[in-house]
Design a protein around this ligand. Structure first.
Ligand code: FAD
Length: 422
């Protein structure tokens, strides 16, 4: 692996056959998460292509010329041409491998695959999921000198990292940007010494053996497991939803509301998330129409009052979406009144869907006792039905799902484990 600067770009990258170039920055958690994967793959694929790094802040002009707008960004060259999609953000090992393999013959890919060595590492505790619940458990375990690894399929932070503003997390007088709150939580846990394996593929989880395989080849074993995998947004299931996801249909206001300046949007839902996110979206949009299946909002009273008095918001009650179609740049949501059966078409520039969540348990669903909605049952120590396996945060069966409650669960599980292992 070689570090280059912009004056060497022409010779080392454009005139050098197959080259992978990593634009990295300092103080960049996703860059840190990528570094070991990049190093590891440079040993595996190093005979077939060159692995180069370039410091983005120090080579700003080149980065701008190449259209590199975030760190890290991986670029894949062959004879001076980009030959595979750029990768950026929380880059997974499997995504890099897919691009690298596309630059080689099938036979060579086979040979390289046969050289991949499996590895096994041992810890006291594995935490699956680095949202507020997992991060807090990691912090408490680390401070109890318990050797802990945090594994996440994405970057640390969970839902908080994509929440625009958090105004109800104690200790802060002003509302906090969600990404900053989650960044601080993550840094606090990392600084303590907890090991992070993030932006990985979780291949399998064996709760009985306390064994997790990541990225197909790396086995991680422990004496205890904490499941902190949170939830994923529900889909409406209406035709067109999957097709237009990311192309007019969004599940994240923080990520996408800013693209609807002075435009019209529809929000599907009427619970806490829908109401709070709608209030935020009106900072940008001209008009917002909420489509809610019941005859009144189900969010808390304070949040309801805000949207009901917001002149930009109009609410269509007793109504569900039936189809989403595109007409030019507009998205047409056909909705049906669930009481009268009457249908109408609502036209908007974008649609946001906030209709609840489902627990992320697909890798271990069969092994655990669940409630009727599929959330994991725990006792007051956060212990599940499988000995040595704990669960915390939004993924467990409980009434209220908030950052504070996830953090509390993480604290309890960690303290219970620390006591047991004492
Ligand atoms: C739009 C929105 C706004 C919100 N606003 C607020 C607010 O203002 N205040 C508040 O208190 N709460 C708010 N919440 C709720 C709050 O975000 C959650 O209660 C909290 O994040 C739950 O934390 P968690 O650690 O249980 O799960 P999450 O935050 O969901 O984190 C779970 C983590 O597990 C990872 N994961 C998933 N599957 C796997 C797997 N198989 N293996 C490994 N890792 C996995 C995910 O990538 C994720 O990082 C909001 C939620 C949403 C969706």
């Amino acid at each position: 692996m070689k570090e280059i600067n912009s004056s060497e770009f022409e010779k080392e990258v454009l005139q050098s056959g197959r080259v992978i170039l990593d634009f990295y920055s300092t103080e960049c958690p996703p860059c840190e998460a990528l570094a070991t994967k990049f190093e590891d793959l440079s040993h595996l694929y190093g005979n077939d292509m060159k692995f180069m790094k370039i410091y983005r802040q120090g080579n700003r002009e080149l980065a701008e010329k190449l259209g590199v707008k975030s760190s890290p960004t991986l670029l894949f060259y062959n004879d001076g041409q980009e030959v595979a999609p750029r990768l950026t953000g929380g880059i997974k090992r499997s995504e890099i491998i897919r691009n690298l393999d596309s630059m080689l013959t099938a036979g060579r890919v086979e040979e390289i695959r046969s050289q991949i060595k499996t590895s096994v590492s041992e810890f006291d505790v594995i935490i699956l999921g680095a949202g507020p619940g997992g991060l807090t458990a990691g912090l408490y375990l680390c401070q109890s000198k318990i050797n802990t690894v945090l594994i996440d399929i994405a970057l640390p932070g969970g839902h908080v990292s994509t929440t625009h503003e958090v105004s109800n997390y104690p200790g802060f007088i002003e509302p906090q940007a969600g990404y900053m709150l989650s960044h601080n939580m993550s840094e606090q846990t990392k600084l303590c010494g907890t090991i992070y394996k993030v932006a990985v593929d979780v291949t399998s989880v064996d709760l009985e053996k306390k064994e997790v395989v990541i990225d197909e080849y790396e086995t991680v074993r422990a004496k205890r497991i904490i499941i902190a995998t949170g939830t994923t947004p529900n889909l409406t299931g209406a035709p067109g939803e999957k097709e237009f996801k990311g192309r007019g249909i969004s599940y994240c206001a923080t990520c996408d509301a800013k693209y609807y300046n002075d435009k019209d949007v529809i929000v599907i839902g009427g619970g806490n998330s829908a109401v709070e996110e709608s209030e935020y979206i009106t900072r940008f949009v001209r008009k917002l129409t909420m489509v809610h299946q019941f005859d009144k909002l189900t969010a808390n009273k304070q949040a309801q009052d805000k949207v009901l008095s917001n002149p930009k918001i109009n609410i269509v009650f007793d109504t569900e979406p039936r189809t989403f179609i595109k007409e030019g740049d507009r998205i047409i949501t056909e909705v049906e009144n669930v009481k009268t059966g009457q249908r109408q078409k609502l036209s908007a520039d974008g649609v946001f869907i906030f209709i609840g969540m489902k627990p992320n348990i697909s890798l271990f669903r069969d092994k655990l006792e669940l409630d009727q909605w599929g959330y994991i049952k725990t006792n007051e120590d956060m212990l599940t039905s499988v000995p040595g396996v704990y669960a915390v945060g939004d993924v467990i069966s409980k009434k209220y799902r908030q950052i504070t409650t996830a953090v509390a669960d993480g604290t309890i599980a960690a303290m219970a484990i620390a006591k047991e292992m004492d």
